[in-house]
Design a binder for this molecule. Structure first.
Ligand SMILES: C[S@@+](CC[C@H](N)C(=O)[O-])C[C@H]1O[C@@H](n2cnc3c(N)ncnc32)[C@H](O)[C@@H]1O
Length: 420
């Protein structure tokens, strides 16, 4: 029998006692939790080049699925769109999985299967091959995250891909100081977990304004997540944050290729550094160097969400070169997003305390209103031309491309290429 190391056991115990994130199954009647990765349109764009035939079965593995957010989101989208296939929720925590199972029941989802066990044993317990694997907030809690990712790539279909999330070191500055203090104040295994939670709450309340945790003003994750959130943030047995370069190394070690970080603009300093001299130097850097620069410049990336495919897979996200390409809004309806778009001018984008203005061209509002996920570029142009007789396709595409560049960079719009 494989020996289990003490930290591994503590991670198991933590999620048995404090399933994370805290979710009430009854809430499924009121709302669907959306997000990245695992928005289906986004997965199609970044993993399948926008060309996935959604009438064919899709196999999805959610590794370390916790209380179910990603599995529920995927299974619900597949149900709503009539995509055949199944979602497997894999986790080693029975109590987390029970919550996920109850949530699925409330929604009446019949396309989720639950497998209990470690993702390190995935090739035995859920061998796939999987078209898409979500692994969010899990690898950084493993003794050997590289081994964890390799286990997943072993069961990935050749043309499949992964949506991953690991913690960002700089954006979580201060969290690790609190973790360090807690190891002194209330070491694991010596004091009851409920007492440790009470001590960390007192510690946070007593910190001076000079403490890094208080200086990191966008770090609010401890405020709304209940005791499970507090435990996950400050008392975790194992929590290894990543810099961009660590992500790049991990992806390379697993024989994967990084397709994109989400949201892309936060990894491209050319979109937010204004000084022309700095911009000139930055423009000579490659994409990875830019992403590394962006992380140091912004300092607020609390997590790194990214899509990756097999190194041998040459697929790239679709482009707007063909008129049959269909733009899709991510997690928003055209009428909701149209309210936020001016008829030409700046939109303000705020992420974790950093605000930038991005210019969108004058046809943006008209375009976004027509992005219903069904109309292609040709159709959108035709509809707009009913009112703007002089608008040829070239001019329309000039507007569309500038608008799309902004919307895609903030992860509000992706593309799909319909199957023939
Ligand atoms: C921080 S929670 C994230 C849950 C979920 N992915 C999400 O984003 O909401 C981490 C989850 O990973 C699970 N986990 C940790 N190590 C694991 C392993 N080796 N195999 C399977 N699950 C694991 C834990 O039980 C826990 O439910």
């Amino acid at each position: 029998m494989k020996a289990i190391n003490i930290d591994d056991q503590m991670v198991v115990n933590q999620y048995e006692n404090y399933p994370y994130p805290e979710r009430k199954p009854g809430d499924e009647k009121k709302r669907l939790i959306t997000g990245s990765p695992s928005n289906l349109a986004e997965v199609n764009h970044y993993v399948f080049g926008g060309r996935r035939d959604l009438s064919k079965p899709l196999s999805v593995l959610v590794a370390g699925g916790g209380t179910g957010d990603a599995a529920i989101l995927m299974a619900q989208q597949m149900t709503d769109l009539g995509v055949p296939g199944e979602v497997v929720h894999l986790d080693q925590s029975v109590s987390s999985q029970t919550i996920a199972e109850e949530r699925a029941k409330v929604r009446g989802l019949e396309n989720i299967r639950f497998v209990k066990g470690s993702l390190l044993d995935v090739s035995k317990i859920a061998p796939g091959p999987w078209d898409y694997i979500d692994c969010c907030g899990v690898l950084h809690h493993l003794h050997d995250p590289n081994a964890g990712l390799s286990s997943l790539t072993e069961v990935l279909a050749t043309d499949g891909g992964l949506g991953l999330m690991v913690y960002g070191e700089l954006g979580r500055i201060g969290v690790y100081h609190v973790q360090e203090m807690m190891r002194k104040l209330a070491p694991t295994g010596q004091i009851d977990d409920s007492e440790r939670i009470s001590i960390v709450k007192r510690l946070i309340a007593s910190l001076p304004s000079t403490a890094w945790f208080n200086r990191n003003t966008h770090m609010e994750d401890h405020k709304n997540g209940g005791d499970a959130g507090i435990f996950d943030l400050f008392l975790h047995a194992r929590d290894k944050p990543y810099r961009v370069n660590d992500v790049v190394e991990m992806v390379k070690n697993a024989n994967l290729r990084l397709v994109s970080f989400i949201e892309p603009y936060r990894y491209d300093p050319l979109l937010f550094v204004r000084d022309p001299k700095l911009k000139k130097v930055i423009s000579e850097l490659d994409n990875i160097e830019r992403a590394i620069f962006a992380e140091a410049y912004l300092g607020n990336l609390k997590k790194h969400v990214f899509y990756a495919v097999n190194k041998t897979n040459s697929i790239n996200p679709p482009t707007t070169t063909s008129a049959n390409v269909i733009p899709l809004l991510v997690n928003q309806k055209p009428e909701e997003i149209a309210k936020q778009i001016p008829a030409g001018g700046n939109i303000s984008v705020v992420s974790d305390g950093h605000k930038i203005d991005m210019y969108v061209p004058s046809l943006s509002k008209a375009i976004v209103t027509l992005c219903d996920g069904k109309k292609d570029l040709n159709t959108i142009h035709k509809v707009i031309r009913e009112k703007r007789k002089d608008l040829d396709y070239e001019e329309f595409m000039d507007h569309f491309n500038r608008f799309y560049a902004v919307m895609n960079s903030i992860n509000r719009m992706v593309l799909r290429i319909p199957s023939m």
